[in-house]
Design a protein around this ligand. Structure first.
Ligand SMILES: *Cc1c(COP(=O)(O)O)cnc(C)c1O
Length: 419
């Protein structure tokens, strides 16, 4: 469910007319609905009502400070994967006690900053990382609460570039080694073993892979406990998919919550979940303008002013996004277009052979479900400025990241003194 719909023939974000917004902000830009953000986090929290759980929003899906503030005001915690994301979460007012730190390559500096902040948990992904964390913690006189991320060797379906739970993926420690590493962790100074962590991938559209992975970690917890290792927490990661309009209907958070409660009922652990896409994906769209309509033989290209540098998902993951005209089409005639961007790469394509109403130069289009892994992956490739982001609340809007000027884009560059 989201708050992007036609009113009087014009696409709106809540009560904000996107045509008018496009004229003031200039295209391309991302626009997020605050009502949708709030609704999604609430639905998610509600499906775990009466459970001892920390809902740690995965900051990498959309790390804009205003978005984080909205989620913080709903009581969400944060799952961060870098020192920068940690700073963002803290700046947005998320309590350190609600922050978990994941990622395979945490540096000494990042560990130290997180220890200073007093975060809830480090999700440790390897034995070398465990040893480094112990060393860093001892050096500054702190203790690191940790969970060990287990790679359950479960195929999660979906695109290979977003699968993380197979033994060939770089994430977590092998299931078979987990026991030994836990025993090692229990003996290390500066380390306080709290729990087990798992995250098997993203845009997962059925419950079965989750259930298989969670069942395996539940078994592991029982084994560890019978060996005298105290396990009080279970972090189940994120990964729940969303409908992108491509025909998949991922499970509702209620069904996901039910399954988790069933599998973990007898474990008596504090649960942690790290939803990202599910919270922000359908809360944002990318608005763009048709620069040209171009005919090449029998193909019709819609050339937009947004490109792969603004929204990388189609190029990176072959992702499907619905595309809607911002002015509601009056008839039902459609034309089959390849919808592409201006970037000099053949991969700069949002959709191939997509039936859309007839479009003209200057028309606006909205690329839907662009709230997650959209603006955060934007770059300045082709010296295109970073895409602005706008937050809507009812009939109000605020620019929550403005478009940089050319001078700002090149401000970090210098010519070498011999040039
Ligand atoms: C990316 C990521 C998430 C969030 O995944 P979604 O598919 O956006 O829910 C959660 N936990 C970890 C460790 C991640 O890397």
């Amino acid at each position: 469910m989201h708050h992007f719909e036609y009113r009087g023939g014009r696409l709106h974000a809540e009560a904000v007319d996107l045509t008018a917004l496009a004229e003031t902000v200039g295209t391309p830009f991302y626009v997020y609905s605050e009502a949708t953000l709030r609704r999604h986090i609430q639905v998610f929290q509600k499906s775990f009502a009466d459970t001892d759980i920390l809902v740690a929003y995965s900051v990498k899906a959309n790390s804009n400070l205003a978005v984080l503030k909205v989620l913080a005001s709903e009581g969400a915690g944060a799952d961060v994967v870098s020192g920068g994301e940690l700073k963002r979460a803290l700046a947005a007012g998320i309590a350190p006690a609600k922050i978990v730190f994941s990622g395979v390559g945490k540096t000494d500096e990042e560990m130290s900053a997180a220890l200073d902040a007093g975060i809830h948990q480090f999700n440790v992904e390897s034995e070398p990382e465990l040893i480094a964390l112990s060393r860093v913690a001892v050096a500054i006189g702190k203790t690191a609460p940790i969970a060990l991320r287990i790679n359950p060797d479960v195929a999660a379906g979906g695109h290979a570039k977003i699968s993380t739970g197979k033994s060939v993926d770089k994430f977590g420690v092998p299931y078979a080694d987990a026991h030994t590493i836990f025993k090692r962790a229990a003996t290390l100074p500066g380390i306080d073993v709290k729990g087990v962590d798992v995250h098997i991938g993203s845009q997962i559209s059925e419950l079965a892979p989750f259930e298989a992975a969670f069942g395996r970690v539940a078994d592991l917890i029982n084994t560890l406990r019978s060996d005298g290792i105290t396990i009080e927490r279970l972090d189940l990661g994120g990964g729940l998919g969303i409908p992108y309009g491509e025909g998949l209907t991922p499970p509702h958070p209620d069904a996901y919550g039910e399954m988790i409660k069933r599998i973990t009922a007898s474990l008596d652990v504090e649960l942690i979940v790290e939803p990202g896409r599910m919270i922000v994906g359908n809360a944002g769209v990318l608005v763009s303008r048709v620069v040209y309509v171009k005919e090449n033989g029998d193909r019709q290209f819609l050339i937009l002013d947004a490109g792969m540098n603004d929204l990388l998902r189609p190029a990176l993951y072959d992702a499907y996004h619905d595309i809607w005209p911002v002015a509601e089409p009056s008839g039902s005639t459609t034309i089959v277009y390849d919808v592409v961007g201006p970037v000099c790469e053949s991969g700069d394509r949002f959709a191939a052979s997509r039936a859309l109403p007839e479009m003209r130069e200057g028309d606006f289009v909205a690329i839907l479900s662009a709230g997650a892994y959209g603006a955060v992956q934007a770059s300045q490739y082709n010296s295109r400025p970073l895409t602005p982001e706008v937050l809507v609340n009812g009939d109000k809007h605020a620019i929550i990241r403005r478009r940089p000027s050319f001078e700002e884009m090149v401000a970090l560059e210098e010519t070498a003194d011999w040039l």
